[in-house]
Design a protein around this ligand. Sequence first.
Ligand SMILES: Nc1ncnc2c1ncn2[C@@H]1O[C@H](COP(=O)(O)OP(=O)(O)OP(=O)(O)O)[C@@H](O)[C@H]1O
Length: 457
Amino acid sequence: MAKTEAKILVVDDDVDILNTARMYLKQQFTLVQIENTPENIPLHFDRESFDIVLLDMNFRKGENDGSDGLKWLNVILNLDPNAIVILITAYGEFDLAVKAIKAGATDFITKPWKNEKLFGTITSALKLRQSKLEVDKLKTTQKTISDDIDQKFENFLGESEPMLRVFSLLKKVGPTDANVLILGENGTGKELAARALHRQSSRSNEVFISVDLGAISETLFESELFGHAKGAFTDAKEDKPGRFEVASGGTLFLDEIGNLSMPLQAKLLSVLQKRKVSRVGSNKEVSIDIRLVCATNMPLYDMVKEGTFRQDLLYRINTVELRVPSLAERKDDMELLVKHFMNMYGKKYKKPNMRIDAATLNKLKRYNWPGNIRELQHAIERAIILSEENKLTTNDFLLQTSSQSESSADETLNLTEMEKRLILKALDKNNGNVTRAAKELGLDRLALYRRLQKYGL
Ligand SMILES: Nc1ncnc2c1ncn2[C@@H]1O[C@H](COP(=O)(O)OP(=O)(O)OP(=O)(O)O)[C@@H](O)[C@H]1O
């Protein structure tokens, strides 16, 4: 009969017991080692990773209160927290066995034992060992995956005033368990902000689960979020936990929350209130412990007034509100972001040391970026791919919407409005330098200052 794959260490000061155990166990398992001096246990663990340790409770002659066994049990669990220890007790030592199991032993066996009983005890303990190792492996895999994802998201850049305010709020709110609602236009970095909150929380070693509510169909909503039991519907071939359950212990990020229909808002609210979910097709409720972060680019407050977003749901998710500014509001970050993406795509497309001239940077600053950072990121990627020299020029950027918006802006015939726009344009072009902007406008500095005051600029 093939031996079962397992490494077993038997520790007892009775050499007869050791030899009997070894003789029998060697026929059943792939590796069996024996030791009569418990002080040598660490040496064995240095050389081998044991699946099971059979450990005597009473070592020194005359001592039979089990304190020695408990001490060595502790040593073994320190050497390997996943160790499976089966204690060898004398007949009638039940109290001691209970004490040992509370201290972390897996099972006990009384001597003299029957071989079948010993085999059965070891076989079921081995199953536990395998699950513990599997959980460990899954945890490591999960950590590697989330570290990997986090790396992609760790660069949340900004040095402009509005971004410094965002960072300061993130720092204050991150470590709390407060529900956070992140508002902002598309592509402003709302998901980055949510991940930054998670990284700064006490849950940072747990999962961050992101759900795009805009991408989940009405019919799949419940099964995706709350899970389903086997047979709940035709495609439910097996039990499956939903995102709420998977995120338990960590952070759940619900993106595009403004896109939820009223019936789905009611379902979501009920789960958030109860902090419990039941999988579709099951009556059993599972408690969930999540930190909730939601995001949207929709005007939730207006939607509440119109009756398309539930006020009670809004109050549940917006304990703290954070607004990520649009790129147009943080033009001071343009250079930093442009250089960051140039560096990123320079590496990706093997075009290192790319430069950008001032005129091109100014063109990028003047453009409105309706798609925000995502649009900027794509524009730089495209420019790097298309560029023929190691310098990005205005020709590498096709900002058509920009010229449209610039020309439509010029269509206004209101003189005051025109003057205001020209001043802003001149300032923008000259990086906020009043002297140079004034010169370009044909004004002296004082005259420009007076106009800035007049228009509240
Ligand atoms: N401050 C920033 N620094 C660096 N990169 C950024 C920054 N903000 C956003 N990005 C990048 O812009 C892209 C869009 O960011 P993100 O997905 O977080 O935006 P979003 O607001 O969640 O978008 P949507 O509303 O479309 O879901 C990502 O590639 C992200 O890495």
